[in-house]
Design a protein around this ligand. Structure first.
Ligand SMILES: [Fe+2]
Ligand SMILES: [Fe+2]
Length: 270
């Protein structure tokens, strides 16, 4: 979709024809940000059927920051699904953070599918780094290198298992790290390996994800596609600001009928 068309997306009420997904990452909420996002986030009640937060909800992953995030979401009635980002792990209290989010009724995605409806399902995980294409790090040499690559492969497997268990025609994938190089384009090339890894794209293609949202690449590109053609959106808040989006989140519409046909084709191929 051309960038100029984004602000023209019609803000329709839920219909049986279209599912609307609002997505944003990297709000990096600190305790001092209390009230900074609340009004903008509350607008999602009219704009979408589900709100997806693609990690780096907080600055340092402190429980007080997670509580601030929950406060910013206090008026959101739309179902919310999140993955954590690297910033949310910084203080080593991610489990406590997840519990704070879950207490609010937020779906913390970590491999398990979340069935929003009979038509729409989500699966997500943080993902990890490692690089892209022929430059991707391989599991060779020191134990430390193997442990690093293994951390990526565990995330790939988590994503794959979640997608396999999703039974809905609309199959939304949520990551923090980028699954393709296309949406990190614009970042300094020397840091590409720290922004994501295209091993994450393999299950997206194999299990016919409908659309993928990620964050983390603050100065990357807004949209791209996997090798198999799955649309990928980098919804990092600085990127959404850069493309001039009027809302705090990007709203993506998925046609439910075409998604049903896509699932039929996917099932035939298995
Ligand atoms: Fe970030
Ligand atoms: Fe990040």
């Amino acid at each position: 979709m051309p960038v100029s068309a984004i602000s023209e997306i019609p803000q329709r009420r839920t219909s049986d024809r279209v599912a609307r997904v609002a997505a944003v990452g990297d709000i990096h909420c600190g305790e001092e940000d209390r009230g900074a996002f609340r009004d903008q986030l509350t607008r999602v009640n009219d704009d979408a059927d589900v709100l997806v937060l693609c990690g780096d909800l907080t600055r340092r992953g402190l429980p007080a920051e997670f509580r601030t995030v929950v406060g910013e979401l206090a008026d959101v009635k739309t179902p919310i699904a999140v993955v954590l980002g690297n910033h949310d792990h910084e203080s080593g209290q991610a489990s406590e953070g997840e519990a704070i989010l879950r207490d609010r009724g937020i779906h913390v995605l970590s491999g398990d599918p979340f069935h929003l409806s009979e038509q729409v399902g989500l699966v997500g995980t943080k993902g990890f780094m490692g690089g892209f294409g022929r430059a991707a790090l391989t599991s060779f040499g020191e134990a430390e290198t193997k442990a690093f690559v293994n951390a990526t492969l565990e995330e790939v497997q988590r994503l794959e298992m979640g997608l396999r268990r999703l039974a809905t025609p609309v199959r939304i994938a949520v990551l923090h790290y980028a699954p393709i190089a296309g949406t990190v384009a614009g970042e300094p090339e020397v840091i590409y390996p720290f922004l994501g890894c295209d091993r994450l794209a393999e299950p997206l293609d194999r299990y016919d994800a409908t659309v993928v949202f990620h964050g983390h690449a603050h100065t990357g590109a807004f949209e791209g596609r996997t090798a198999g053609g799955v649309p990928v959106y980098n919804v990092s808040l600085p990127v959404l600001r850069k493309i001039g989006l009027p809302t705090l989140y990007y709203v993506h519409e998925v046609e439910l009928q075409s998604a049903g046909r896509a699932l039929g084709k996917a099932l035939e191929r298995r």
